[in-house]
Structures are given as structure tokens and as C-alpha cells.
Design a protein around this ligand. Structure first.
Ligand code: NAI
Length: 550
């Protein structure tokens, strides 16, 4: 299928220049008429291939690669040549490709960024550019930016400070906005704010590509981030700005500082919260219990953990609990033990969950003291949900809820197989990075992946479609409810508490509609309300198909 471009042929670049524009290039799919009209005759081999034939060629090469990192490089190089073909390949093979263009493989790519580098993608804004950030943003070649993902590289997945190599994450996340929710790639902008790195290995590496200095902190850092956000909001007033993989000493503060002023959210805090809450809603369909009856113990009290805790509290309040009652159902263990009233020097974001409980210095002790119905791992401590933990959970609960969300796979608190084996198949399990299906006593379990890609692309789609002014927690709560409602009985039957990723564009369209609905209800939408909101949201979705130029 092709659609005709609105861009007049005369306005298109021609010849070699057109072949090097990834948003317009069709490679061997340029028709004879286009080749004649656009100065391409002779610059391509004579046979004209259809898009599906090009996909077959890419997949042939892709499957011949030996490692996931080689597959990543293959795909990113394709993206740099021909974005339509790249997205066609990704959309048609989303389950296979998601772990390559995102966690876990993207983590390896970030770690080797300076060594793998081929072509730049996105905007690198460095501390050296302070005072001049607006002019950098004006260098971006596309005027109509609708989604910006920005990182400073300090907390990349569970891998810590990756400095400028963190750029892999905004690039990957924006690919998912397009693949999962049909955001036009010409409307996306990945940004790396390079303020230095604490990673000594990179500072010593001659191929490292960022500033060779320790991180800028405190007021100068905040001023630099503010310069970027204010300039971005001025130049791209329609854009949603997603904070991504900032260290938690900055993430909470920046979110609070900006969320009421510009259209922004933090995916590690709010997106994660929504995907985890959706997982809990689905799990409750299996246990037959109410959210308010859950006692949830988190391992890790950072962005992900506190974000999930806050959203669960507001969801419990929707069920009639008071804020205090709801908070009393959520407990956190951090690197110093159970978060409690008796602890001193607790970070601001943990204080609301510091309860009057006896001290417990490790997770096992806290587990015995709390006896939770659900445990959520967001600690980056691999194997911390060991056999003792899962067996204890299975003694207290008919269907223990076990979410091991740390990324990448090497950081997971427990594998799917261990959770099912140690609980004799009773655990309701989800992970952050994907695990393959596993067999136990003749039954196949398909573990769910609490993948933020179920949420943020749909939220972005909804915000873009109605031109919302702000992104609110009510939008994330609606996204969580919508996601859970799309889980089929057949998914639950095999243990999967999220829909199949093959349905992701349908899922995003539903979430986009629910989010836009909230924006209209709350007076946050700038676009007039269409008669059929669901159809309008779907119509904004970009499809990876070739446009006809001549
Ligand atoms: P963060 O750095 O904000 O928080 C990490 C928390 O873990 C801190 O509270 C820290 O005290 C705690 N921690 C570290 N070592 C510990 C130990 N030995 N015992 C107990 N607690 C310990 O990081 P953030 O953003 O909360 O992410 C944590 C993990 O969750 C990462 O691996 C990240 O990739 C993953 N994550 C997963 C998502 C998903 O599955 N959808 C989404 C977002 C994050």
C-alpha cells in the first residue's frame, strides 16, 4: 500500500540527496516514474522492489547476525538509511525486535556508544553550550517537533552513569513512540544533556564522546536544565517533553519543578507506575482480591518504586481508602533496610512511606515482618528474590504477586523460571526485561513483561492528538486501567498479565483515546474535541508505508 505525499515533487530533494534523507528515501522501491522525475535514474539497481520484498531482505540479513548487538547495529543503520523500511520491519516483528531496539540490548549499545558510533542521531546539548542552547535547538532540521525524549545519562536502565552514551535511550524510546503508537518520526527529537560523567572508565577511554569532566551539580545544573526546557517549550510549543533516565536525586525535583509549567512527564516515575499498576489490576483478576486488600513490599525506593507506590495509593483512594490508609499498605526496602519512621536522613521522596514499623536491615527480615501479598523489585540487585523469598511468599499467599522489574535482564531480582519453580506454578510474575516462556509440570507459562512501552507511546499519542497542555497523573491512571482492560482471558490463562506485544498499536490507540478523554474532561486539551475521539486518535497515527512522489 502507498499513500501520496502532500509535498510537491518540486520541493523534494533530488538524486543522491534524496537517497541520503532517511525520512524520504525508499531505496530500490522508487518507481520508474519517481526515478525519472527525481534525478535517480542510474543511481539505483534497475529492479524495483516492493516494501515487503525489502523487508524480506532485511530479515534475511538480520537473522544471519551472530549477536544481539550486531542485530542492533544492523537495525540502527537501516534507520539511518530508510526510516519507513526500518519501521515496517520493527512493526511487523515487534516481539522479536523490541528487546533489540530497547532493553536489554540498547543497554549494551549505550555502554559501547563511543566504540560503535557510526552516525549521529538526535541533539547533543553540552554544558559548554550553556547560554546558547536555543540556537542549538534551532539547528534541528525539523520544525514540527511533537515528542522530545531527554536524558542526562546518569541512570541508564539499571546500568548507572553512561554519560553521553545514554543517548541510546532517547533514540530507542522515540523509535518505540513511532513503532508502538504511530508518532511520525519527523515529529520526534532525542536529546542528550551532557553535563559530564562520574564513570571513570569513560573518562579514561580515548573513544568516549562526551565532556571529560565530573558531572555539574546543584544550582548550575538546574539552571542548565531550565535553559533547555524553556528554549524547547518556546521553539516547539506543541511538544511533550519526556524526562528519561535521570538520577533520582534530580528526577523527582525536576518533575515537581516542571510538571505544572510545561507539557512534561518522567517515564521512569510515572510510566513505570502505570505499567505496574496495570499489572496489579490484571493480577487481581486472577486472585479475585481487591487492590485495597494488597500489602505491597518494594525492594528499591527510587524513581520506579516511589512512582509505583504513589500511583497505587491514588488508585486505592479511588476505591475509597484514605491517603494514610493507602500509604500504610505500601512498604519499601532500600539499600539501608526497611524504610521506617525511626530512620534518619531519609530522602524527601521516601518520607511519605516511612511507617511506624520495627527496623529491619535487610529484605528477608522486612519480608517476615510485613508478610506482603505482592513484592515488587526495582532495586537493580540481581537474584535478590531468592528461593527463600519466593517460598515464603507462596506459604502466605495462594497466588503470590512477584514483579521483578529491574533492567536489563542481568539485574532482574529473579527469573521467570525460578519464580514459577519455587512457587510450584502459583506466582503471578512479571519482569522488566523479557523472559522466554517456560514449562513446569506439563504447563507452559508465558511471563508478562512490565514494559513501559505499553504505556508511554499511548500517553504521548493521546497528548499529541488533543494537543494537551500538561501531562497529569489522572492520565496515567486512565492508561493503567485501559491497559489492564485489554488483557484477554487467554492471556491470563497462560500467566501473562499484559496483552501480547503484537497488539501494541491497538493498545496504544485505546490508551491515547483514554488519555485525550481525560484531557478534554480536565480542560487541558488545546485542540477542539472531534465528534469521534477514538477515530481521530487513530487517524493521527503514522503508518510505515511508502508515499508516492511522482
Ligand atoms: P533508582 O536509582 O531511582 O532507585 C534504585 C533503588 O534501589 C534505590 O532506592 C536504592 O536505594 C535501591 N537499592 C540499591 N541497592 C539496593 C540494595 N542492595 N538493597 C535494597 N535496595 C537497593 O532507580 P529506578 O529508576 O527506581 O530503577 C530501578 C530499576 O527498575 C532499574 O533496573 C530500572 O531499569 C528498573 N525499571 C524497570 C521498569 C520496568 O520494568 N517497566 C521501568 C523503570 C525502571
Amino acid at each position: 500500500m502507498t499513500t501520496t505525499t502532500s509535498k510537491a515533487t518540486a520541493a523534494l530533494p533530488r538524486g543522491e540527496e534524496l537517497l541520503h534523507d532517511p525520512l524520504l528515501n525508499k531505496g530500490t522501491a522508487f518507481t520508474p516514474a519517481e526515478r525519472r522525475a527525481l534525478g535517480l535514474s542510474g543511481l539505483l539497481p534497475p529492479h524495483v522492489h516492493r516494501l515487503d520484498e525489502q523487508v524480506a531482505r532485511v530479515m534475511d540479513n538480520y537473522r544471519n547476525k551472530q549477536t544481539d548487538l550486531e542485530r542492533y547495529i544492523h537495525l540502527v543503520s537501516l534507520q539511518d538509511r530508510n526510516e519507513t523500511l526500518f519501521y515496517r520491519v520493527v512493526v511487523d516483528h515487534i516481539e522479536e525486535m523490541m528487546p533489540i531496539i530497547y532493553t536489554p540490548t540498547v543497554g549494551q549499545a549505550c555502554q559501547q556508544w563511543g566504540h560503535l558510533f557510526r552516525r549521529p542521531r538526535g541533539l547533543y546539548v553540552s554544558w559548554e553550550d550553556r547560554g546558547n542552547v536555543e540556537s542549538l535547538l534551532r539547528n534541528w532540521p525539523h520544525a514540527d517537533v511533537r515528542v522530545i525524549v531527554v536524558t542526562d545519562g546518569e541512570r541508564i536502565l539499571g546500568l548507572g552513569d553512561q554519560g553521553v552514551g545514554g543517548m541510546g535511550i532517547p533514540v530507542g524510546k522515540l523509535s518505540l513512540y513511532t513503532a508502538c503508537a504511530g508518532i511520525d518520526p519527523a515529529h520526534t527529537l532525542p536529546v542528550m544533556l551532557d553535563v559530564g560523567t562520574e564513570n571513570e572508565g569513560y573518562l579514561r577511554d580515548p573513544l568516549y564522546m562526551g565532556l571529560r569532566q565530573k558531572r555539574i551539580r546543584g544550582a548550575p545544573y538546574d539552571a542548565f536544565v531550565a535553559e533547555f526546557i524553556e528554549a524547547a517549550a518556546r521553539i516547539f510549543p506543541e511538544a511533550i517533553i519526556q524526562f528519561e533516565d535521570f538520577g533520582n536525586q534530580n528526577a523527582f525535583r525536576l518533575l515537581e519543578q516542571w510538571r505544572e509549567r510545561v507539557c512534561t512527564f518522567n517515564d521512569d516515575i510515572q510510566g513505570t507506575a502505570a505499567v505496574a499498576l496495570a499489572g496489579i489490576y490484571s493480577a487481581l483478576r486472577l486472585t479475585g482480591k481487591k487492590l485495597r486488600e494488597q500489602r505491597i513490599l518494594f525492594l528499591g525506593a527510587g524513581e520506579a518504586g516511589i512512582g509505583i507506590g504513589d500511583l497505587i495509593v491514588s488508585a486505592m483512594m479511588d476505591e475509597g481508602a484514605t491517603c494514610e490508609e493507602a500509604r500504610q499498605q505500601c512498604f519499601f526496602v532500600d539499600s539501608h533496610g526497611l524504610v521506617s519512621k525511626s530512620r534518619t536522613g531519609l530522602a524527601e521522596h521516601k518520607l511519605r512511606f516511612a511507617h511506624d514499623v520495627p527496623p529491619a536491615t535487610d529484605f528477608h527480615a522486612a519480608l517476615e515482618a510485613i508478610r506482603p501479598t505482592a513484592i515488587v523489585g526495582v532495586s537493580t540487585v540481581p537474584r535478590s528474590f531468592d528461593q527463600r523469598v519466593i517460598e515464603a511468599m507462596s506459604r502466605w499467599n495462594e497466588r503470590p504477586i512477584v514483579f521483578a522489574l529491574s533492567n536489563p535482564t542481568s539485574k532482574s531480582e529473579c527469573t521467570a523460571e525460578d519464580a514459577y519453580r519455587w512457587s510450584e506454578g502459583r506466582a503471578i510474575y512479571a519482569s522488566g526485561s523479557p523472559f522466554p516462556p517456560c514449562q513446569l509440570n506439563g504447563k507452559t507459562f508465558v511471563p508478562g513483561q512490565g514494559n513501559n512501552s505499553y504505556i508511554f507511546p499511548g500517553v504521548g499519542l493521546g497528548v499529541v492528538a488533543c494537543r494537551a497542555r500538561l501531562v497529569t497523573d489522572r492520565m496515567f491512571a486512565a492508561a493503567a486501567r485501559t491497559l489492564a482492560s485489554l488483557v484477554l482471558p487467554s492471556d491470563l490463562e497462560m500467566g501473562r498479565i499484559y496483552p501480547s506485544l503484537t497488539r501494541i498499536r491497538e493498545v496504544s490507540a485505546h490508551i491515547g483515546t483514554a488519555v485525550a478523554e481525560v484531557a478534554y474532561k480536565d480542560g487541558l486539551a488545546r485542540a477542539p474535541r472531534p465528534a469521534d475521539l477514538a477515530a481521530a486518535v487513530r487517524n493521527t497515527m503514522w503508518d510505515p508505508v511508502y508515499r508516492t512522489y511522482a
